[in-house]
Design a protein around this ligand. Structure first.
Ligand code: UT7
Length: 323
């Protein structure tokens, strides 16, 4: 018997404003058909004026706690994946901690861009397995609408805002792949590719900056690296593609999602897809897809899931867990 980090609650929050592809036709040389065909995106949510990452993260965290039936005062740690925190510091996670009324525990942000949620899950898992925390809120939350260059059609049509959260709790398992909880993780980065996807602002420029991306270059790395990290995580978990009930990929582009599933030899009816409704919400996309997948009745208790993501850095990784 040993410890496992088991998902006992999940929830999400999407801002009220929905923007359809057609809206970009008014200001940019683009159209709904191109955006759908090249990315699979049909619409996305944008935060309201003044609505922040920490507010959306708090709403998602509250939904996950309610789903689990756990009070915030019983949470030991918050790990929040974001590249769009409200301020340079303090962390958005500490803002969520205060909003939830927590007076104990610890909270910090993880910044690995679109791979952020996979990194956060892996960190939370390590906190639980090492006995440093029993209950950890793992959140992905982003307001990428704040870092869009609205004149750059190659990026601004692709991203959206939102938040998703999981509550992980320490439970004992048999140390087999039949256990519920996180079974294996795999993290990677390669900073030589940092110029393919970055924000041209920050402390060194004194500006917030805008997202810049060589989309087709990132695309070239994506399928191969995602299939490879998912395969590594599955091997570490002692499972094969045939055992997998659901692939829950980072939702950047339907063609990347389809290409990766094909490489993993998994049919699309075992892939949770939300990119059409959310666009690319960076670190929020996987917890949003997990929460929506459960609400749709796709993901059920006991299902074996592989999640995978890649983004700026480049940073990429995968987690295998039993729901
Ligand atoms: O989540 C973090 C990781 N990010 C990703 O995974 C994103 C990866 N990349 C992608 O999803 C795709 O590369 C894009 C959706 C960004 C672009 O698709 P693509 O098939 O790679 O197109 P492309 O960048 O090679 O551009 C093809 C053409 C270009 O025109 P020319 O140079 O061939 O004349 C672009 O200027 O499409 C043009 N284009 C557009 N046309 C209409 C670029 N954006 C648009 C647009 N509307 N919004």
């Amino acid at each position: 018997m040993s410890l496992r980090a088991v998902v006992t609650g999940c929830g999400h929050y999407l801002p009220a404003r929905v923007v359809e592809n057609a809206e970009f036709e008014k200001t940019l040389d683009t159209d709904d058909a191109w955006i759908r065909a090249r990315s699979g995106i049909e619409r996305r949510h944008f935060a309201a004026e003044g609505e922040t990452t920490s507010q959306m993260a708090t709403a998602a965290a509250r939904a996950a706690l309610a789903h689990a039936g756990v009070d915030a005062s019983d949470v030991d740690a918050i790990v929040l994946a974001t590249s769009t925190p409200d301020l340079t510091f303090p962390s958005a996670a500490t803002m969520v901690q205060a909003e939830l009324g927590m007076e104990g525990g610890f909270a910090f942000d993880v910044q690995a861009v679109c791979a952020g949620f996979v990194y956060a899950l892996s960190n939370a898992n390590a906190l639980i397995l090492s006995g440093q925390a029993k209950r950890v809120l793992v959140i992905g939350a982003e307001t990428f609408s704040r870092i869009m260059d609205w004149t750059d059609r190659g990026t601004c049509v692709l991203f959206g805002d939102g938040a998703g959260a999981l509550l992980l709790e320490a439970q004992t398992g048999d140390q087999t792949s039949a256990d519920r909880g996180i079974l294996a993780t795999d993290l990677n980065s390669d900073g030589r590719y940092r110029d393919l996807l970055y924000v041209d602002g920050g402390v060194s420029t004194g500006t917030t900056g805008y997202l810049r991306m060589q989309g087709n270059q990132v695309f070239r790395h994506a399928v191969e690296k995602l299939a490879s990290t998912a395969t590594t995580a599955m091997e570490r978990a002692g499972v094969t593609g045939e055992d997998i009930d659901w692939v829950v990929p980072h939702q950047a582009n339907i063609r990347i999602i389809q290409g990766t599933a094909k490489k993993l030899n998994l049919p699309m009816d075992r892939v949770v897809v939300t990119v059409q409704d959310h666009g690319n919400t960076s670190a929020a996309s996987i917890p949003l897809a997990l929460s929506v997948g459960q609400a749709r009745g796709q993901i059920k208790k006991g299902d074996l899931i592989v999640t995978e993501a890649i983004g700026g850095g480049l940073a990429w990784g995968a987690v295998v867990l039993r729901w």
